[in-house]
Design a protein around this ligand. Structure first.
Ligand code: BGC
Length: 486
């Protein structure tokens, strides 16, 4: 039977992120919160991180050209999604570059006014070898004809803005508190202005922030607290969610201002947010408490951040009602598309844990069809989430991540095939999905879990760094080359 076609200009690609793939060859990036976090002995001893470090990574910092060739020639894809490491470009503070900032009466950052002379000052401060290397990397992708989707924040903050170990031990002991403070929003705006100015001639599509909810949840709300700074506090979770929504808007404005040379065939610099959308369902659909908990989690995790970015609605007490002081339309700056990361469905059980409703839930262990990570395989969900997001917010969508932790490589083909079928179905039903990026190109540093978890289409030999294809390479090539389901 013939496969069902995707739209003519559909983009197939793979996604990677700087911290997860760059190291292993060449100069390490050792001045960020994530670096400090995974190297800290105390955090390792608590079992929060695995003890693995990104130094054993795939070495993309030197081997990028080979990787782009795999994407283009072996996988027959048209695009790559990658990110830039803030700490490589600015290992030293940019705070001395004074810019005009306006705040609203609640103290939220409304505008960061960056001028030509500030860009010059940023250029002088930036680490020149990193600036050059990122240009080489991006140009290499471009020269091969790949459409470049660049993520501006895929999780590392420079240490001069975030000392996660100090925050973890005693939040009052430091003023380097990452996304909890306006400082980080202001400096992030400078970073984005610099990147858009510097690489605007190469980048086709920008993602502002990768998965604001995961940053906030795993840093401030999850029982495991395995992301920096691992500080369990529901109020901090909300504060960071709020600041990341504001940061999206600030970044959006900077790209629009500074990418004056946009090279894209997709139109002048296109800028979107990347939420992870998951399906949340009650563990026991007959138990009203589970039903209520699943409703709240769906609202807090999937909807809340999009309501903030698109409508300026910041429901700070999570009561589903937007009070006048929670309506902040002046913080809405725009969002040209959603990059949706979709992996799984979760069953939510109500448990009594804390003082605020948001704490009183548990993600139940996967039963049935589960991945190495214990995530449920639920292909229908990809259709559900893109349909929901489009119907509600009317933005075009790229699937910016979808993939499976499958060390043995025996589940990945089925996972990919069925998710692609469900995605095609959503498109045929009218959802404007413009591209699909498989997570991920090659086995990489899976954050606090290190190398135990393997999402790669290619395995990587630890010593030689040779990329070894899994069975799924052939399947994904067939899909991308035929632009259809198989
Ligand atoms: C992140 C990736 C991560 C993947 C698998 C996403 O949350 O964007 O960096 O490796 O999921 O866990």
């Amino acid at each position: 039977m013939k496969g069902k076609k995707f739209p003519e200009d559909f983009l197939w690609g793979t996604a990677i992120s700087a911290f997860q793939v760059e190291m292993g060859r060449g100069e390490p990036s050792d001045k960020t919160d994530w670096w400090a976090w995974v190297h800290d002995k105390g955090i390792q001893e608590k079992g929060i991180t695995s003890g693995d470090t990104p130094l054993d990574g795939p070495g993309f910092w030197e081997l990028y050209e080979e990787d782009f060739r795999l994407i283009k020639d072996d996988l027959r894809c048209q695009s790559v999604r990658m990110s830039i490491d803030w700490g490589r470009l600015f290992p030293e503070s940019t705070e001395d570059i004074g810019v005009d900032v306006t705040l609203d009466d609640q103290g939220n950052v409304v505008t960061v006014n960056i001028e030509e002379e500030d860009i010059k000052a940023l250029s002088n401060l930036a680490k020149q070898s990193s600036v050059r290397r990122y240009r080489e990397i991006l140009e290499s992708a471009k020269n091969l004809g790949l459409t470049v989707m660049l993520t501006l924040f895929h999780w590392q903050i420079p240490l001069w803005l975030h000392d996660p170990i100090a925050v973890h031990k005693d939040i009052l002991s430091t003023d380097k508190r990452g996304w909890l403070d306006n400082r980080t929003l202001i400096e992030f705006s400078k970073l984005v202005a610099f990147i858009a100015h510097e690489y605007g001639d190469i980048v086709d599509l920008y993602n502002t922030i990768n998965e604001p909810r995961i940053i906030s949840e795993h840093g401030y709300l999850s029982e495991w607290s395995e992301f920096p700074p691992g500080k369990y506090d529901a109020q901090l979770y909300l504060k960071v969610m709020k600041n990341l929504a504001i940061a999206h808007g600030l970044a959006y404005e900077q790209v629009k201002k500074w990418d004056t040379k946009s090279c894209s065939s997709l139109g002048p610099c296109t800028v979107g947010l990347v939420p992870v959308l998951q399906v949340f369902t009650p563990y026991d659909p007959m138990d009203p408490k589970d039903v209520e908990a699943a409703k709240l989690i769906d609202y807090a995790f999937n909807e809340w951040g999009l309501n903030a970015v698109i409508h300026g609605d910041y429901d700070m007490n999570l009561d589903y009602v937007i009070q006048p002081e929670e309506q902040l339309p002046h913080l809405v700056k725009g969002c040209d598309f959603f990059g949706v990361n979709y992996y799984s469905r979760w069953h939510i059980k109500h448990v009594n844990k804390g003082a605020v409703p948001l704490e009183n839930f548990k993600l139940m262990p996967c039963e049935g069809d589960c991945t190495d990570y214990g995530w449920e395989v639920y292909p229908e969900g990809i259709r559900e989430v893109v349909t929901w997001a489009y119907e509600r917010y009317r933005r075009p969508i790229y699937i910016t991540e979808n993939g499976i932790a499958d060390k043995e490589g025996d589940q990945r083909n089925r996972y990919l095939k069925v998710h692609i079928e469900k995605l095609q179905q959503a498109i045929s039903e009218g959802v404007p999905v413009k591209g699909y990026y498989h997570w991920t190109l090659m086995d990489n540093f899976e954050w606090s879990d290190g190398y135990r978890i393997r999402f790669g289409l290619y395995m990587v030999d630890k010593e030689s760094k040779k990329r070894i294809p899994t069975k799924t390479v052939k399947l994904y090539r067939e899909i991308a080359a035929s632009n259809s389901t198989v």
